[in-house]
Design a protein around this ligand. Structure first.
Ligand code: DNO
Length: 345
């Protein structure tokens, strides 16, 4: 396991120095955040991220995310050109030593939550999701923008986008994903870099927008589109786990070579389509974190794992889900779990 930590760049209050002090930390997960979606990242910017990480003894081998332009997802006339630009980004990242690129194919919205800071009995706060509260929001309003998102739209842009997606059902989205992968996967194979699609979060459709990467059925179809192992996944336990019918251990056992990146986090399911995020250990939530990590170890997984969203604890303030303390505790828990499982195999 290569333990990794998401870093939002120079403005992130969680500095590289702090990340480097977490025991067992292999590297950072980051991105060039200020180049508009669809444009190629300047080589100097990629190199600078790498240099900053390396200077602190951290690797920079995972990018999260290279965002996929909405025109690619909706199959607009410039989708081919935009996919070529994405492929050029992959070549540049591979040349800088990046091994894995996380991306998603969710129309319009990335991950969604209804609350950023739900107070928990122990005085900490956590992100939470309640479907009725989400559906009560106006999708074209700024209420629906989350601080961890890679981009946000103006109200007008959002309306136009939602309108354009009325033509796109799940089948069309699959077709467009297939076209995109046919451009980028051969480039990955050649350059030695792997694509790791992030599951839809939550793993079901919302606001009439299709979501297709929601569990085993979706993975079956995804892998059939491009059988190369470069066409792989980010196993995000918290995203997939929001749907209790997702058997994550089964997914790991079935497709171990397709898992290039793991987002390990726990959630507590509090009702039908309701959950709140929890501390990482198994006993704190609804997911069998031990079983998941054990399945990874047993299948010889040797890829990148990052603790995912943490609660806000010890009075920390910052980007919801992306503070230092609870994610660092998560990293330490995962490292211990890993060591214990490996040594008793
Ligand atoms: C949420 C993250 C996602 C993820 C993207 C990948 O915290 O897991 O925003 O980065 O969906 O493209």
């Amino acid at each position: 396991m290569k333990t990794s930590f998401r870093w939002y760049g120079a403005g992130d209050p969680v500095t590289l120095d702090k990340i480097a002090q977490i025991p067992g930390m292999h590297g950072i997960v980051s991105a060039v955040y200020d180049v508009p979606v669809g444009q190629v990242w300047p080589v100097e910017r990629i190199e600078s991220l790498k240099a900053q990480a390396n200077e602190k003894g951290l690797a920079f081998e995972v990018v999260e995310s290279v965002p996929v332009h909405e025109h690619i997802k909706m199959g607009a006339p410039d989708a081919g050109e935009l996919s070529e630009a994405f492929a050029e980004n992959l070549r540049r990242l591979a040349a800088a030593g990046v091994k894995v690129v996380c991306y998603n194919f969710m129309p319009v919205f990335d991950w969604l939550r209804s609350e950023l800071a739900r107070p928990l009995p122990d005085g900490s706060t956590a992100l939470a999701y309640d479907e009725s509260a989400v559906l009560a929001m106006d999708p074209s309003s700024s209420e629906l923008s989350l601080p961890g998102w890679d981009e946000s739209y103006t109200r007008e842009e959002m309306r136009a986008l939602l309108d354009a997606y009325k033509q796109i059902d799940a089948e069309r989205l699959w077709e467009n994903l297939g076209k995109f992968l046919r451009v980028v996967i051969p480039v990955c194979d050649e350059a030695g870099i792997r694509m790791a699609i992030h599951p839809d979060d939550p793993p079901w459709s919302l606001f009439g927008l299709p979501r297709v990467i929601t569990g085993a059925k979706g993975y079956e179809r995804l892998f059939a589109l491009e059988p190369s192992d470069s066409n792989g996944i980010t196993l995000c336990t918290g995203s997939l786990g929001a749907d209790p019918s997702n058997d994550m251990i089964g997914i790991i056992n079935k497709w171990p070579r397709k898992i290039h990146f793991v987002h390990a986090r726990n959630i507590l399911i509090t009702g039908e389509r309701q959950f709140r995020e929890a501390a990482h250990p198994t006993d704190c939530g609804s997911l069998d974190m031990y079983g998941i990590v054990r399945a990874l170890v047993r299948n010889g997984f040797d890829g990148y794992v990052r603790p995912d969203h943490g609660r806000m604890i010890w009075g920390e303030t910052g980007k919801p889900g992306y503070g230092l303390y609870d994610r660092a505790l998560g990293a330490a828990y995962l490292t211990g779990l890993w060591e214990g499982i490996v040594k008793t195999l």
